[in-house]
Structure formats: C-alpha cells, structure tokens
Design a protein around this ligand. Structure first.
Ligand SMILES: C[S@@+](CC[C@H](N)C(=O)[O-])C[C@H]1O[C@@H](n2cnc3c(N)ncnc32)[C@H](O)[C@@H]1O
Length: 449
C-alpha cells in the first residue's frame, strides 16, 4: 500500500482526462499532477484511495521527449492542461485517447484517422468566461486554478482573440474604480460574478456579458458599457445576465440588454447565425468549419434524402446540410435555441428545415411513431452521449447513414457498440477543437449493413 506524503519514482505511461499523468507503483494506479507520458518522475502522494492514489511531481528524473516550455506564463491557471506538451504530441495523445476508447469500451477494431489539428493553435476561442473575485482587497479577473475556485489573475490569454484580451485589460482597469460589490462565492453575497465574452472571428463583433447575483447595479453597468463602447466600437452588445444560483453554473437564464443589440451575428462559411447570450456555438470557429465539412462529406446526402439533426442547438449543422438535402429535421432540448434555429433558417433563406423543441429521447420515438423516416441521421449529443431511446429508434428507423459527432470518446464508443448491431463503422476522424486541453471532438461515419 502506498503511503501518503511519501515520494515514489514513477514512469508516466498515459494521460488522464484532466491532463494528469498516469503511472503505476507495483501495479497500483497513481494519477500524477504535473507528469506527462514519457516522464520518469518522483511524485509525492497526496491522497490514497482504494483503487488509486493521487500524487504531485516532486522532481523530474527524466523528462519526456513530448515536453516543451509552455508559451503561456500562467502555470497555475487551470484553463489549459497540456501547455507543457508540444502540439504534435498533443494530437498523437488525442488519437490514442480515441483508439483506446474504441477498443476498450466499444470493443471495436477500427482504424482511427490522424487528428485534424490547427496550423496555428492559438487565439482560437470565440467565447470566454472570466470569474471575478476580490482577494486581499484586490480585484482578480482570470480563470480558476486547476481543481479549485481560486482565481488566477490573467492579463493576456493566448487562446483568446486579441481583441478580447484588449477589452479585458481595459475592463479590469475600469473595475478598480467602479462602485460595485464583487461576488463572494462562499457567502453567496456581492453582485459581479463573471464576465463572459463572445466574439465573431469574421466580423469582429463582440458581446460583453456582466453576470450578476441580482438585478441591481444596472445604472453602474450601463455607464461602464457606455465608456467601453467609446473605446471599443466592436462591442455591439452589452448584456447583464442574472444568476442568483449557488454552485458552478456560470450564467442564469435572465438577460437585460444594457446597451446595443441583444444578439450578435456570426458566420460559419457563408451561413449567418444570430448569437444570443445563452446560445450554444462551437468555441473554435475555424475548426468548426473543418468538422461540419466532414459531417457533410460523411453524410453523403442526395437531394431526395430526409435528414435528421438530433441535438441540433441553434441549427448550425442542420443549415449546413440543408443545401444538399430534401429536408432536415432538427431536434433540440432548449426552446430558445430552437427559436434561434428557425430564425436562422429564415435569415439564410433556407426553407427545407423544420425544428422541434423537446428531449430527443421523447421526440425521436414520437416522430417515428408518426411515420417520420430518415435516410441520414446526424447526432451531436452532449458529453453524456445519446439516450438509449434515441439509439433504439435509430436502429428501428435504420437510415442508410448515421454520422455521430461527439465531444467525449468514452460515451461515443459505448453508443457505437449499440449501433454496431446494424451499422459498420466506416471512418473515425478526430478533430482538434480544443488545443492545449485534453478534450477531443470526433466524427464517425456509420453505414447500414
Ligand atoms: C454538443 S451540443 C451540439 C449543438 C449543435 N449540433 C452544434 O454543433 O452547435 C449538444 C446540444 O444538445 C442539447 N441537448 C442536451 N440534452 C438534450 C436532450 N436530452 N435532447 C435534445 N437535446 C439535448 C444541448 O442543449 C446542446 O444544444
């Protein structure tokens, strides 16, 4: 048994979901913070559980050849987890992550393509969420330290758009002189909790969202918005979002437009999308185009095809596929997203789509009972994967093609195993939407047997 506070020499053989190294001491698994595959380290054990232990690198005995000096100076920030791994090795590790899931969870013997990475994996995010806290009388605006809610104060973030960095720098200066109470998470008191930014990389239009713990301070925030709008005309929309909940949720459901428009417009290729404060949009615009073009390629849609886009969000994939199809039916849980999807179809003069707001596990079996059939089905579920009812109905409908877009290899592999009752996996293509993190997006083409 391993002893807490003792150091052990460990070879790191894998990377965990949160970017921690994984190694063994006498066959006992240890998750080592600060270790990466290929490292030989001494690690201090900080926790021992029944099945595994957790350690922290004490010293590196032999560094992995994947190691690089992080380009980002904020080593304590938990926003990115794999800054110390060179980009090509990050892509290799993501491929391995997908391969392992296919084999171990899916029981599938399939070839996984090389990950489609970015040419320049920096400044890629179109959305950022900065917690705001007061520490020892100083305002801290940045990102959470890994595994904590301590805020690491950040001046420049290399994965954000340069304009967002400029706006945040100026905003932080304004906040120092602003008469507004900063949120205290432990006491659930104070007003300003988070700053959220959204930006279109095509138009540079930006939305700035002040997340507050009540509806108070509208006048103060409106005055601040006026000041910022003079400095940054690119900010077209200033929103106050009200989140009175305790816990981890960043934004609430109520939005007040303080200044400018209540939405901004973004583009995916030539399609325009209206983005509200709560709209889901993939965070990496250039890689989203890579992903959606793969979806179009894998779906092999013809003009007679009825297509389903399940978990459609604001209809981005639906509209992308609509030009090739007879009709696309989109299904999504969130009412507002479906309202946006319908508006987006009208704004893009697309008239062969229909959208339904409900749980996919309810509406898909229901549409099937009503006689709906699909030739091609695209699913893009959240991390928990597809509900059993959705997979069962896909197997009953038996479209000729299924395209599965996933942000979590383990649930993807679990669902592919179920679909393999009637489908063969033709292509497994990981796409890197989140450089410097352990997250990987994967798109899979399935062909009915
Ligand atoms: C990964 S996002 C995909 C959105 C969209 N396809 C895109 O590329 O922007 C998953 C979507 O599934 C929706 N969702 C989550 N659970 C759902 C459910 N049970 N039924 C239908 N939609 C659901 C979420 O609201 C979210 O919009």
């Amino acid at each position: 048994m391993l002893e807490k506070n003792k150091c052990y020499e460990i070879e790191i053989i894998d990377l965990g979901d949160n970017g921690e190294g994984i190694g063994k001491v006498d066959d006992f698994t240890v998750f080592v913070h600060g270790g990466i595959p290929g490292d030989k380290v001494t690690a201090k054990i900080i926790k021992v559980k029944k099945q595994y232990a957790i350690g922290i690198v004490d010293s590196i005995v032999e560094g992995s050849n994947m190691r690089q000096v992080p380009t980002c100076p904020y080593t304590k920030c938990g926003g990115c987890q794999t800054q110390m791994i060179d980009y090509n090795s990050q892509l290799e590790l993501k491929k391995k992550q997908v391969e392992d899931a296919m084999k171990r969870i899916g029981g599938l013997d399939v070839e996984v393509e090389d990950v489609l990475g970015m040419e320049e994996p920096i400044c890629y995010r179109n959305k950022s969420q900065y917690p705001v806290r007061m520490v020892d009388g100083r305002i801290q605006v940045g990102f959470y330290k890994q595994r904590t809610h301590d805020v690491v104060d950040i001046d420049q973030c290399m994965v954000q758009h340069p304009l967002v960095n400029k706006v945040m720098k100026s905003l932080k200066n304004h906040l120092k002189n602003l008469d507004i109470k900063i949120y205290n998470e432990e006491k659930h008191r104070g007003i300003l909790r988070h700053i959220v930014t959204r930006i279109s990389f095509k138009t540079k239009d930006m939305m700035l969202i002040f997340v507050t713990n009540s509806k108070e301070e509208q006048v103060v925030l409106k005055d601040l918005s006026i000041e910022l709008s003079k400095e940054f005309p690119e900010i077209k929309s200033f929103i106050q979002n009200i989140n009175t909940s305790k816990g981890n949720r960043v934004m609430g459901y109520d939005n007040i437009t303080l200044l400018g428009d209540d939405k901004i417009t973004d583009y995916i290729e030539d399609l325009s999308f209206e983005i509200s404060p709560l709209s889901f949009l993939q965070v990496n615009p250039s890689q989203t185009e890579v992903l959606y073009n793969k979806a179009l390629e894998y779906a092999e849609i013809s003009k007679d095809d009825e297509v389903f886009d399940i978990y459609c969000g604001i209809g981005t994939i639906s509209l992308f596929l609509a030009k090739a199809a007879k009709r696309v039916t989109g299904v999504e849980l969130i009412d507002v997203a479906i309202k946006d999807a319908k508006e987006n179809a009208v704004n893009n003069q697309i008239d062969n789509t229909e959208f339904h707001a409900d749980k996919a596990e309810v509406i898909i079996p229901d549409l099937y009972k009503k006689g709906y059939q699909a030739d091609v089905i695209v699913v893009d579920p959240p991390r928990k994967g597809c509900e059993k009812e959705v997979l069962d109905t896909i197997l009953k409908m038996a479209p000729k093609k299924v395209v599965y877009v996933s942000c979590k290899p383990s649930t993807l592999a679990r669902d592919l195993k179920i679909l393999s009752e009637k489908y063969s996996v033709e292509k497994v293509q990981p796409v890197d939407l989140f450089p410097f993190t352990t997250h990987v997006e994967t798109i899979v083409a399935l062909q009915r047997n």
